[in-house]
Design a binder for this molecule. Structure first.
Ligand code: NI
Length: 387
């Protein structure tokens, strides 16, 4: 069974929603325009309840099926990124410096499409909870929604989400049992020396050379300190220091990111970063302080739920278009916080060739919307069949 006919017939309408959302990107938790647009559509579809203002801009909408049964949760993210759009599209961002460069406009549209279909047809038992969250890109909006009680308050028993994937063929699904996305932590190191004249280094304690030593030593965490078959990334992504050619600065700052799957690997990295920071500082005669911030946990798919979701994906796109053992990625996703509390699955949906996620020329492919909406709708109908 391919894309649901009624949803295929909504393709033009979904394109209108998606492009409207694309023109009005908003950031993090502060999504008043986006959330109002979503809530207005949901009410127009005749869903039973719309709960707004959860985690500031988040929304949970409920649709009752036919007869008693459990509540299944479907989640979409609504936030954009602080990137200046370079697509040149007619529907390009009207908010300078912000754009939907991760396709969350498409995710929101797919869940709206499923909402409209499910509210019209109600060909399922129990209830469906549609979760529209803010702040996926930063701020852990999913965690805040969980903390504000959405899973318990609405009795949500299992949760599912999709993310678009550029350069995966249109309509192909990829997922994997167990961990699918990494835990993401960040660190910053402040190196404090004694500044002075560039011509008189012997009178200074140079934080530039010490910072370079720290960055080099950090490279040995992955190459020398951990088992080669465990997944681990440690990347130094920023060094900031100095003001002029002839001045040795007083301070240097180093920033980076750590991606892990196993808690013991994460602990090892924290310990080694601390040891390297202190040891290198002593070697170079400067002071250095590490600030390590634990971020999103690893996104872990439930094995039974991911197998079920893959079957539904096959219903929509055919067996040849579904890879249910696609392996892990080192990216991160705050849906992890929902999967910590409830069984469920996270899948990628191919949208065909184009610029990668978080790129100024990225755009969501509207042809993927009916496919994703059909997936969500079928998921509900199969998980909770009507009488
Ligand atoms: Ni995203």
């Amino acid at each position: 069974m391919p894309v649901i006919n009624r949803i295929a017939a909504m393709a033009d309408e979904m394109r209108v929603w998606r492009r409207w959302l694309h023109r009005h990107p908003e950031l993090s938790f502060d999504l008043p325009v986006t959330a109002a647009y979503v809530a207005e559509r949901l009410r127009a579809f005749g869903v039973d309840e719309v709960h707004e203002g959860i985690a500031q801009s988040g929304i949970v909408a409920l649709i009752e099926g036919r007869g008693a049964g459990p509540t299944i949760g479907l989640r979409a993210d609504m936030d954009a990124l602080p990137i200046a759009e370079a697509t040149g599209a007619d529907h390009a961002s009207e908010h300078p410096g912000a754009m939907h460069a991760c396709g969350h406009d498409g995710h929101t549209t797919m869940l709206l499409g499923a909402a409209k279909y499910l509210a019209e047809t109600r060909n399922f038992s129990g209830r469906v909870a549609l979760i529209f969250q803010p702040a996926e890109e930063n701020g852990a909006g999913a965690e805040v929604m969980v903390r504000e009680g959405v899973l318990d308050r609405f009795g949500i028993g299992r949760v599912f989400a999709l993310h678009n994937a550029p350069n995966l063929p249109l309509g192909h699904f990829v997922t994997t049992p167990g961990p699918i996305m990494a835990a993401v932590d960040t660190f910053s190191i402040t190196v404090t020396g004694r500044g002075g004249h560039g011509a008189m280094p012997h009178e200074t304690a140079d934080p530039v050379v010490a910072a370079a030593g720290i960055v080099q030593a950090i490279q040995t965490i992955v190459s020398r300190n951990h088992y080669a078959l465990d997944d681990l990334v440690v990347s130094v992504t920023q060094i900031h220091t100095g003001t002029a050619d002839n001045i040795i600065p007083e301070t240097a700052w180093i920033n980076g990111t750590v991606r892990t799957f196993a808690p013991d690997v994460q602990k090892m990295v924290m310990r080694r970063l601390r040891e390297i920071t202190q040891g290198q500082a002593a070697a170079y005669g400067v002071e250095a302080e590490l600030d390590y911030e634990v971020g999103y946990p690893s996104t872990v798919n439930d094995e039974a739920e991911v197998a079920f979701a893959a079957e539904v994906a096959q219903d929509v796109s055919g067996a040849a278009a579904v890879n249910a053992e696609g392996g892990r990625e080192m990216g991160a996703e705050d849906f992890a916080y929902m999967l910590e509390k409830r069984p469920g699955a996270y899948l990628f949906l191919g949208q065909g060739p184009g610029a990668p996620l978080h790129h100024p020329r990225y755009d969501f492919n509207d042809e993927a919307a009916p496919i994703g909406a059909s997936f969500f709708a079928r998921l509900v109908e199969r998980a909770q069949p009507a009488g």
